[in-house]
Write a protein that binds this ligand. Sequence first.
Ligand code: AMP
Length: 418
Amino acid sequence: MSFSDLGLHADLLRAVTAQGYTEPTPIQRQAIPVVLEGRDMLASAQTGTGKTAGFTLPMLQRLNDGKRPAKRQVRALVLTPTRELAAQVGESVATYGQHLSLRSHIIFGGVGQQPQIDALKAGLDVLIATPGRLLDLHQQGHVDLSVVEILVLDEADRMLDMGFIHDIKRLLRLMPKKRQNLLFSATFSNEIQTLAKQLLDNPAMIEVATRNATAEKIEQAIYRVDREKKRELLAHLIQQNGWFQVLVFTRTKHGANRLAEQLSKQDIPSMAIHGNKSQGARTRALTAFKGGDLQVLVATDIAARGLDINELPHVVNFDLPNVAEDYVHRIGRTGRAGSNGEAVSLVCVDEDALLGNIERLIKQTLPKHIEPGFEPDPTIKPEPIENGRRNQRQPSAKRKPEGQSANTGGERKRRARR
Ligand code: AMP
């Protein structure tokens, strides 16, 4: 099947071909006809599946074909949980829509408001935004959502996790009742189902297999190691194997900062990316990493979610995630677009229960290795991971955005000894 079989216009096909895409991905095959029809949609698809083009292409076609208001006004709104994802969706809208006369702009916090206000004043067809800054600008009288025809909630589960539900509900009240709603979520928690019921009218349900649940293209390995030896083992593996472009996940922003500093001191150029970094610092780190100037990017889950880094050869879990699904998201950074990838997890005695949860979720027993010189000391007793009780996704109010209270005193103390 080709993109033209899906009913897309020549102007969009030209843009798609210029990207080098030869055929639609499974999510695109399913989503594009549904969105073109004008139906609501509930889609379970992760980053890396091509979901962005899956909703952007038909959305642009509908906007292009539909009746335009006399004055340019926001007709499509895409809400995302993070600035990085907003930037990436914005880039996709600009790329795929390059031959259409539609205008789009990205709005997120952490950068100056004025260029965003100017863009809104000049008139936009598509707005891609994070909820907080959008509401701020609305309260200042700069945003009119009264003719929105299409609303996309991208990574809705993550938006709820980050406590955005009230912001989303306030934004919904600013839009016309009759509109097309597209909801993307990697998981279907009770909260997502409640939101879907309130938001969607007779939605088409689309589910693409959790891309990495089978992980055919991803080699996964567990290295058993003592908690105090993880950093040394990581530096050893990177240097011995000549790994380049390594994305390393840590559980906390403190851990990310410390690890990036320590690796840099060992001549492994590294930077950390997380929610407390300025937008400028995050963009610089990402650009250096994508451009090949930075060997290691250390990230927390929320910062990394949605990062469009293609064909990343190595992902390392320096800490296992507390939520097993996050393991799948993390290793989804590698082995993308047909290339092979390697996902290595450094697991200490504290993390056995987390490892069990992950293996149950992915229905695989992962191969365990012990690196010579890094044999775990069998006398070391497990210590509790203080925030490990969050194995289950918590209601949004309890699950704080990263860097606010996810870290506990005990965890900090333990890490300080590393
Ligand atoms: P997404 O899941 O939307 O973040 O997309 C993941 C990556 O796949 C992005 O780098 C896209 O440029 C790329 N991509 C999207 N659609 C296709 C396609 N049909 N063929 C090849 N690559 C694609």
